[in-house]
Design a protein around this ligand. Structure first.
Ligand SMILES: Nc1ncnc2c1ncn2[C@@H]1O[C@H](COP(=O)(O)OP(=O)(O)OP(=O)(O)O)[C@@H](O)[C@H]1O
Length: 271
């Protein structure tokens, strides 16, 4: 069963496409060990969208996200970020481009233990030689938006899981990336901290216009999105769209659960 309506994937001709994913495939291994993780996936992401990626375990979600993050090279197909084809960059150029254009938020925070929250957040800027007011201003804004002003001088071992993830979110956003990629950002958080993080990311998406693409198993986290792509067995299976201004999150959540039931994956966490 494939519920995907291919006409739904097309972006309006005049829209600002941040990301274009064109027929990407990814095969791991060879012979008996071969796994076709992605079997030809095509979609666009528009500026300011909050896109969710859902699907059963092993369906290819992380492979898709990491291909876009340029951590994995696709077997075939193209990824364009702001109309630049990522596959054309040489390794060093690619690392530089990725550092400037892509923010990445991991499930398990990935903070450096020997640095304070502030030092962790500022690291992507200091690597590009950005210091002084140009660093202090976005730090202050993000610390306020993510409610981490009180922990800026603490080390990761002195912070709660929720605080660590909000610090990691600030670090992923400090360089004002073209797109924020998030892989199960609420996966290690309890319900209350998940909701806090999602409320904050959603506000940052709406007020700062940051484009977000988030892989999640959690229907509650996904209900903050403006669009969700469902993947099954390495292919697009279905798409849901939400008008964030007119459709309450609770109603969208029920629609997500209906698709997940058909897909046979995901978890219905407390809304
Ligand atoms: N490095 C790798 N080498 C070989 N096979 C891999 C590798 N990474 C992933 N796979 C396989 O590719 C398929 C897709 O994996 P992927 O991690 O993208 O799925 P996923 O949807 O993110 O799963 P989950 O929800 O469990 O994290 C799986 O069958 C997996 O076993």
């Amino acid at each position: 069963m494939n519920m995907m309506n291919h006409r739904e994937q097309k972006a309006p001709a005049d829209s600002g496409r941040v990301l274009e994913v064109k027929n990407i495939t990814k095969t791991y291994g060879v012979g008996d060990n071969e796994t076709k993780a992605l079997k030809g996936i095509t979609f666009d992401v528009l500026k300011g969208e909050f896109l969710g990626i859902m699907g059963p375990s092993g369906s290819g979600k992380t492979t898709l996200l990491n291909t876009i993050a340029t951590m994995i090279r696709p077997t075939s197909g193209k990824v364009l970020l702001e109309r630049q084809e990522l596959g054309r960059f040489k390794d060093r150029e690619l690392a530089d481009y990725r550092g400037k254009k892509i923010g990445y938020l991991f499930q398990d925070f990935e903070l450096l233990d020997n640095m304070t929250a502030k030092e962790n957040i500022l690291l992507p800027l200091s690597l590009h030689g950005i210091t002084g007011k140009a660093a202090a201003d976005p730090l202050e804004t993000l610390a306020r938006q993510l409610d981490i002003e009180d922990v800026l001088n603490k080390f990761p071992s002195q912070m709660s899981g929720g605080q660590k993830q909000r610090v990691a979110a600030a670090r992923s956003l400090i360089g004002n990336p073209s797109i924020l990629l998030a892989d199960e950002p609420t996966g290690a958080l309890d319900t209350k901290n998940s909701r806090t993080l999602m409320d904050q990311l959603s506000k940052i998406n709406q007020t700062m216009g940051i484009t977000i693409m988030m892989v999640t198993h959690d229907a509650s986290a996904a209900s903050y999105c403006s669009r969700i792509l469902f993947i099954q067995d390495g292919q697009l299976f279905h798409e849901l769209r939400r008008n964030v201004e007119s459709e309450p999150r609770e109603v969208f959540y029920e629609r997500i659960i209906t698709v997940l039931t058909q897909l046979g994956g995901g978890s219905a966490h407390v809304l």
